[in-house]
Ligand binder design. Structure first.
Ligand SMILES: NC(=O)c1ccc[n+]([C@@H]2O[C@H](COP(=O)([O-])OP(=O)(O)OC[C@H]3O[C@@H](n4cnc5c(N)ncnc54)[C@H](OP(=O)(O)O)[C@@H]3O)[C@@H](O)[C@H]2O)c1
Length: 516
C-alpha cells in the first residue's frame, strides 16, 4: 500500500460512505492553544489520512504568538504524533498533512488581523482551490467569541462569498455564555452577523459514538421503545465522572464551577437524548425540536427549592489511584477559601406524559475514583416476587447501562438462576462493547463533528433555543448558591465518589447510585 493511501479501518468504512465535503479553508482562532493541539489538529489529520477531506483542504491557524509557518507546521506535526501516538511509519502522512497548514499571528481585537486573514483566504482560494468555502472555529477563551464574530462581520467574512454557491460556517466552543443573560447576549451578537444555519455550537459529547448510538438503540430497535416510559422505568441516572482535578485551569474553573462546566451543557444534552420523543426523521430540525421540547419540559426549580434538589461538593486532599492529591483550595490560581463546586448531584423531573414523576439523577465531579460516563436506565421491580428464599429479595432490578467512556458499549442487567439444584437467583449482564463487536476504535467526537460541519449537517450541534433553555434551568441554582456563600457546600476526599451527603441525597428516595 502506498504510504499516503487511506488506511482501512472497518469502523471508519461507515463514515467513508458519506459524501466528501467541498474543498474549504478552516480558520482556527486559538491555534496555539491546548484544544487545537490535543483535539482539532489530530482529528483533522485523521480525516485527511482517511481520505475524508477534499484535496485542497487548508487550515489557517490564528493566534497572538508570533510564529513562522514552518515552525507552526513543526509544532502541529509534533502534536499529531504525540496525541495519536504515531510511529515513524506515518511520517509521510504527517508531512503531507503539514503542507495544508498556514499561520497568521495577530491580536483578535485588531481589525488589521481580519484584513490580513481575508487576503490569505483569497490566496488559498486561488492556489488550493478552496472555492470560497470557509469554516471558522472559535477555540479561544470565551471572552473573544463576540469580538471575533463582530470583526469577521466587519471584514465581510461572515456571509457566504457567493450566496447559494459557497458556504461559510462558524463553530463556537463551549462555554456558550456564563448565564442565561450572557448566553442570550452572545446569541444576539452571533446572529447579528451569521444566520442560525451557519452557526454550529459545539458540545463534543454529542459527537461521541455511543451518544449517537443511543438514538439508534432507541429508535432502530422495536424492543426497547415500548418500555421507555414511566410505566416501566423507575428512574434514570446520568454520571459524568472525572479522575482529574482542575489541572492548570484553576482560574477558568473559579469562574465556571462544575455546574456550568458539565451539567449545563454535556449532562443536559445527554438527558435530552435519553428522554426525547421519537423525531419524525433523523434530520437536524426534527431532532433538535424534540431535544428542545425535553429541556422545555424540565420542571422549573425555584431558588427556594434548590437545596432539596441539588447538592454541591468540593474535593479536599485525598488519594487518587494510590497517589496523594491536593485539595481544590490548594490548587494553583484557586482562592484559598473558594466555594466553587467541583461536584454536583441534581434531581429533576420532566413534566410530560412519558416521564411524569420519574426522577432523573444527574451527577458529575472532578477527582472521583475514575473517569467514566454512563447513563443508567433502572426499571421498576417486578410487581410480585415468586422466588422467596432464593436470594431474590435483595437482588437489583433490571438496568440498561449506556457507557460513553471508557469501553463504549451498552449492557443489560437481568436476573438468572444460579446453576445447581436449588433456586438461587443472581444478577448477570448481557453486554455489547464497540471494541469487541466491531474490532476497531470509533472516530473521535471531533472527527465526527468537524466533518458534519463541513457537510452542513447541524444535527449534533446545539441550537440557540436549547442553549438558552439549559441556562434557564441552571440559572436559579447558581443564583441560590451565590446567596448561600459556603452554606451547603459539602466536602469529599479526592478519589472518593463525592461527599457522603451524595449517598443520602439519593438514598432518601429509597434508591442508590449505580456502582461504576
Ligand atoms: N482544552 C480543551 O480540552 C477544551 C475542551 C473543551 C472546550 N474547550 C474550549 O475551547 C476554547 C479554547 O480552550 P484552550 O484550552 O485551547 O485555551 P488556551 O490553551 O488558553 O488557548 C487560547 C488560545 O487563544 C489565543 N488568544 C488568547 N488571547 C488572544 C488574543 N488577544 N489575540 C489572539 N489570540 C489570543 C491564544 O494564543 P496565544 O497563546 O498566542 O496567546 C491561544 O491560541 C475555550 O473556549 C475552552 O472552553 C477546550
Amino acid at each position: 500500500m502506498p504510504e499516503t493511501a487511506a488506511l482501512t479501518n472497518p469502523l471508519r468504512e461507515g463514515i467513508r460512505l458519506r459524501r466528501t465535503p467541498d474543498p474549504c479553508s478552516m480558520v482556527i482562532f486559538g491555534a496555539s492553544g491546548d484544544l487545537t493541539r490535543r483535539k482539532l489538529i489530530p482529528a483533522l489529520f485523521y480525516l485527511s489520512r482517511e481520505g475524508m477531506l477534499a484535496p485542497g483542504f487548508s487550515v489557517v491557524g490564528c493566534a497572538r504568538t508570533p510564529n513562522t509557518e514552518e515552525a507552526f507546521r513543526r509544532e502541529m506535526a509534533g502534536a499529531v504524533k504525540k496525541f495519536l501516538q504515531l510511529t515513524t511509519e506515518s511520517d509521510a502522512f504527517v508531512e503531507a498533512f503539514g503542507k495544508t497548514l498556514h499561520y497568521v499571528a495577530d491580536d483578535f481585537g485588531d481589525p488589521k488581523a481580519y484584513a490580513m486573514l481575508k487576503g490569505v483566504l483569497e490566496r488559498l482560494d486561488q492556489e488550493r482551490g478552496t472555492s470560497g468555502n470557509r469554516l471558522f472555529y472559535l477555540a479561544t477563551p470565551p471572552s473573544f467569541f463576540p469580538v471575533i464574530v463582530q470583526h469577521l462581520g466587519g471584514a465581510g467574512l461572515a456571509k457566504p462569498q457567493v450566496p447559494g454557491k459557497t458556504w461559510t460556517h462558524i463553530i463556537i466552543e463551549k462555554p456558550f455564555g456564563q448565564s442565561l443573560e450572557s448566553a442570550r447576549d452572545l446569541n444576539r451578537v452571533v446572529t447579528g452577523d451569521f444566520s442560525e444555519n451557519q452557526i454550529y455550537r459545539i458540545d463534543h459529547y454529542l459527537g461521541k459514538e455511543t451518544v449517537q448510538n443511543l438514538l439508534v438503540f432507541r429508535f432502530a430497535n422495536g424492543v426497547f421503545e415500548p418500555f421507555w416510559n414511566r410505566r416501566y422505568i423507575d428512574h434514570v441516572q446520568i454520571t459524568v465522572a472525572e479522575e482529574l482535578g482542575v489541572e492548570n485551569r484553576g482560574s477558568y474553573y473559579e469562574e465556571s464551577g462544575l455546574l456550568r462546566d458539565m451539567i449545563q451543557n454535556h449532562v443536559l444534552q445527554l438527558l435530552s437524548l435519553v428522554a426525547m420523543e421519537p423525531p419524525a426523521t433523523f434530520e437536524a430540525t426534527a431532532v433538535r425540536d424534540e431535544k428542545a421540547k425535553v429541556l422545555r419540559s424540565i420542571r422549573p426549580m425555584p431558588a427556594s427549592r434548590v437545596p432539596d434538589f441539588v447538592l454541591r461538593g468540593q474535593y479536599s486532599e485525598g488519594l487518587v489511584g494510590g497517589k496523594k492529591e491536593i485539595g481544590y483550595r490548594s490548587e494553583p490560581k484557586v482562592a484559598p477559601a473558594s466555594n466553587t463546586e467541583t461536584y454536583a448531584a441534581v434531581k429533576l423531573f420532566i413534566d410530560n406524559w412519558r416521564w411524569a414523576d420519574v426522577p432523573f439523577y444527574l451527577r458529575s465531579g472532578k477527582r472521583l475514583p475514575k473517569r467514566v460516563s454512563e447513563i443508567s436506565i433502572q426499571f421498576r421491580r417486578v410487581p410480585h416476587l415468586l422466588f422467596r428464599g432464593s436470594g431474590a429479595e435483595g437482588i437489583e432490578p433490571n438496568v440498561i447501562s449506556i457507557r460513553l467512556q471508557p469501553n463504549e458499549g451498552i449492557s443489560l442487567k437481568f436476573c438468572a438462576k444460579l446453576p445447581g439444584t436449588s433456586m438461587q437467583i443472581r444478577p448477570v449482564k448481557m453486554e455489547f462493547r464497540y471494541g469487541e463487536s466491531f474490532g476497531a476504535t470509533p472516530p473521535t467526537a471531533y472527527e465526527t463533528l468537524l466533518l458534519d460541519c463541513m457537510l452542513g449537517d447541524p444535527t449534533l450541534f446545539n441550537r440557540d433555543d436549547a442553549v438558552e433553555l439549559s441556562w434557564e434551568f441552571v440559572d436559579p441554582i447558581l443564583e441560590r448558591w451565590k446567596q448561600d456563600g459556603g452554606k451547603g457546600l459539602a466536602f469529599y476526599p479526592a478519589g472518593s465518589w463525592g461527599p457522603p451527603e451524595a449517598d443520602d441525597f439519593i438514598e432518601r428516595d429509597g434508591r442508590q447510585w449505580q456502582r461504576l
